[in-house]
Every structure is written in C-alpha cells, then in structure tokens.
Design a protein around this ligand. Structure first.
Ligand SMILES: *[C@@H]1O[C@H](CO)[C@@H](O)[C@H](O)[C@H]1NC(C)=O
Length: 443
C-alpha cells in the first residue's frame, strides 16, 4: 500500500491520526501562546477583523499587514490573474467552483465574486490546476484536464462548451477519479506548449513512472482528448512538482515537494528535520531529463544553518535504494545521471505555487507548510532573487516576504496555508486553502 504523503489535500489522513497526540499538545501550547499574542493585536488588521480571530491566520509582511481580499472560499487553491479584465480566477476545491474576483482597481471586499463554473453537479473534482489562453480556460482534476470556451471580455462562461482536453492522466478511469497518491495536476502553458505535472503515488515510489512533467503541443491537437501518457516527458524523476512557472524569458521552472521520513544516520542523526530540501529546477530539457526521484534526494543543512551549510544542495542516495547495486551516493552525484537543483527551499516547506515578477525577474513561492519537522517550515510567501541574466543570485531561498505573525503553525490548527499565488504589479495575491481566504501583500 502506498505510504500516505504530505502535501496537497486529502492524502495525509492516516499520518494525521498517528500524530494526533503530538498535535494536541502543540495546539494546546500554541493556543495559549497564540491567544496571548492575539489579544494584544488590533482588531482591525483586515477589513473584516477576521485575522484577529486565530493567531495562526494573523499575517505580517515586510511592508505591513496584508489586506484580506476575500473569504468564504473553502479549499481555495490556484489563483490566476486575467489582465484583460482585471479579475483573479480561483479554483475553489471545497465548493467545486471556479470563481472570478475583481481586484483591479483594488477592491477591499469579496462582494465582487462571480461564479464562472460550478462543477459540483457534474462532479468534475477540480482540485488545483488552472490556466488560460486566448480562447479557453483550462482546469484539472486528478485524471483530467478540462477546457471551456472563455471570452475574456465576458464575465461569464458557457458551461456547455466544456470539453475533455487531456485524459488518462494516471491511467485510471477518467470518469471515476480513482487516482491514488498526489492528486493535483498543475497546468502552465505558453504559445506552443502546455506543461502538466503529476506527482508520485506514495511517499517513495519504486520508480519514477508517475513523477514527471509532460508537455503537449496543444495548439495543434486535432482530436480530443489528448492521451496524457503520450505527452513528451520534459522532466522525469520529479517527485511532486506542484509549483510551475515561466520566467521572464519563457523558460519553465519547477519547485518540487520532496519526500518525508528520511533516515540517513551516516549523514546526520536526525536527517529528516532538514532534508530533503524542496528543490527548484529550471527545466532545460532535453526530453526525459532525469532529476533523481525516487533514487536520490537533495540534502539540506546537516551541520549548520540552512543559509550557510555547504552540504545543503548535495545529492545523495535514498536509503531504500542505496544498496541496490546501482543507486549509490556516487551514482546520484554524477551529473550524467541526475540534474542538480538551481536553488532550494527549506525541507518540508511544501511549495504549492510559484510566479516570476515580470519587472524584477525574481521568483516568488507560496509555501503551504509542513508536518514532518519538529519546528514547522513554510506557511509563508518567499522570494528568490534573480540576476538580470535570469539566474538565481543564491541557491537558498531565505527572503521571507509574508509570514504567520504568531510564528510556526501548530499543525492541524486553522493556520493560513498559502496554496495559490498571483502577482499583479507590485502586489501578490495569496490564497489559503485551510482558511478559505485570499490576501493581498505588497512586494
Ligand atoms: C538547519 O537550518 C535551520 C534553519 O537555519 C536550523 O533551524 C536547523 O537547526 C539547521 N540544522 C542543523 C542540523 O544545524
């Protein structure tokens, strides 16, 4: 049976049971400390005052308290900004809707919300991915990419135009949504290619047959649906590349959610705390380029801080494979076998969305946050600065733009957990599936 996995929605039920006792203690301490902090906070940090109600939904940023833009969007995931009409589009998993919210000019309230697609009747199980081109809006379930005709000038969508665009994503029956393991399928597209990422079935699979980014020359598709399994493998061995984004030059970057439960006592006594890091890669190809999962992982800091430890970023063999006769540390460290990361986010931070700033060229990442670490990581919006030449200025993501005011989140609490990201000029909109909110933060 597949091991339960950390990120992205419904898969952690079993693990959650196991850690209930720990969580109960943490919550008790957290609530006590948090209440003390919360009571001293102003009640009007946001338009509704809602953020003062739980210490773990109160947010701070480098440029002041973020604004609450919308609430009541349970399980909200990806955000997408449509610059032709100034609306944010959002996948709301809990209500099975795609909604649009007018944000330009900035509006403080959520009363401008329009339901574009209500997929609850058709049981489409939309859960994360969303993308658009000049004629269509695309959204994904675990098994399928759907599309609808989308006229950006119109505030509504004719749901009768729905088509199954890509099917057979994990080989399951497209009508049954029986996908196991990671269930999100992030979609990004440019004029030529649509990229769709699929994560692993379990924590550590036996091979990389699921863990890939495939791409499709989608504009020239003549018969629909397109079979997912026939897409070109543009990245192989990426455990769960939930974050995908184009840089200013049109290259695709991913941030990968790494595995849990790592034990390599020969490298560090409590290796799982800081390893594996969540690696960031520029996908340069060629087709079938291999990034290491499940045989290899990217180590975090083993002796010093994340910001300075020289071991962080090195690739090692995952313990299940290191004695299989092939996948040794030396094999993993041979660049002919495995591509090295361009940068890294601390272990277990769970990057669920990425976007590049069109003017500065910097990469921003929404970090959902962790459970497999004594001190939780993530629960924040972070920035990876880039040079004018389009490469990261550092390989460590340490610049936190927005964070939980009360500090690390007590797992299982009603914490703000970033899941979607849309950068519009000098602000970022960040969604939280756990609390059903969107906030606006100055960059
Ligand atoms: C790794 O870095 C983090 C953050 O800098 C720190 O909390 C942790 O203790 C470090 N781990 C080790 C083994 O020094």
């Amino acid at each position: 049976m597949a091991k339960p996995t950390r990120c992205c929605g419904t898969e952690w039920t079993k693990k959650a049971l196991i850690i209930t006792a720990i969580v109960a203690t943490l919550v008790a301490v957290g609530v006590t400390v948090g209440l003390a902090v919360g009571l001293t906070r102003r009640n009007n940090d946001s338009p509704t005052g809602r953020f003062a109600s739980s210490p773990y939904t109160a947010l701070s940023s480098q440029k002041g308290t973020p604004d609450l833009v919308a609430t009541g969007l349970p399980g909200i995931r990806s955000l997408l900004f449509d610059d032709s009409t100034g609306v944010l589009l959002a996948v709301v998993k809990g209500t099975q809707q795609i909604v649009s919210i007018a944000v330009k000019p900035p509006s403080a309230a959520d009363n401008s919300k329009v339901v574009l697609i209500d997929a609850s009747q058709a049981k489409l199980k939309l859960n994360h991915g969303i993308a658009m081109d000049d004629a269509y809006l695309y959204a994904s379930s675990a098994t399928t990419v759907y599309r609808w005709k989308y006229d950006r000038k119109s505030p509504t969508i004719d749901v009768a135009t729905r088509e199954i665009f890509i099917n057979n994503i994990d080989g399951a029956d497209p009508n049954s949504d029986t996908a196991a393991g990671h269930i999100t399928r992030t979609i990004v597209l440019d004029r030529n290619w649509m990229y769709v990422s699929v994560g692993s079935a379990g924590n550590v699979d036996r091979d990389s047959s699921r863990s890939k980014v495939r791409r499709f020359a989608y504009k020239s598709a003549t018969t629909l649906p397109i079979d997912y399994q026939k897409g070109e493998v543009w990245a192989d061995g990426v455990r769960n590349a939930v974050s995908m984004a184009f840089d200013a030059r049109g290259a695709v970057w991913i941030a990968v959610n790494g595995a849990d439960d790592l034990a390599r006592p020969d490298l560090a006594p409590d290796m799982v705390q800081d390893s594996p890091v969540e690696p960031i890669y520029k996908l340069n190809g060629p087709a079938n380029a291999f990034y290491g999962y499940p045989y290899c992982f990217v180590a975090g800091n083993t002796t010093g801080t994340f910001a300075t430890d020289t071991n962080a970023g090195k690739v090692y063999a995952w313990p299940d494979f290191m004695n299989d006769g092939t996948h040794t540390d030396a094999w993993c460290q041979n660049p002919a076998n495995v591509i090295l990361p361009d940068a890294m986010v601390p272990a277990h931070a769970a990057p669920l969305a990425a976007q590049f700033h069109t003017e500065t060229g910097d990469m921003y990442l929404a970090l959902h946050g962790s459970w497999n670490r004594n001190i939780p990581s993530g629960y924040s919006l972070v920035r990876l600065p880039f040079t004018p030449a389009g490469t990261p200025t550092t390989n460590r993501v340490t610049d936190t733009i927005m964070w939980l005011t009360a500090g690390p989140c007590a797992y299982g609490g009603s914490c703000f957990r970033p899941a979607g990201l849309a950068i519009v000029g000098d602000v970022a909109y960040v969604s939280s599936d756990n609390t059903g909110d969107i906030v606006r933060v100055k960059l």
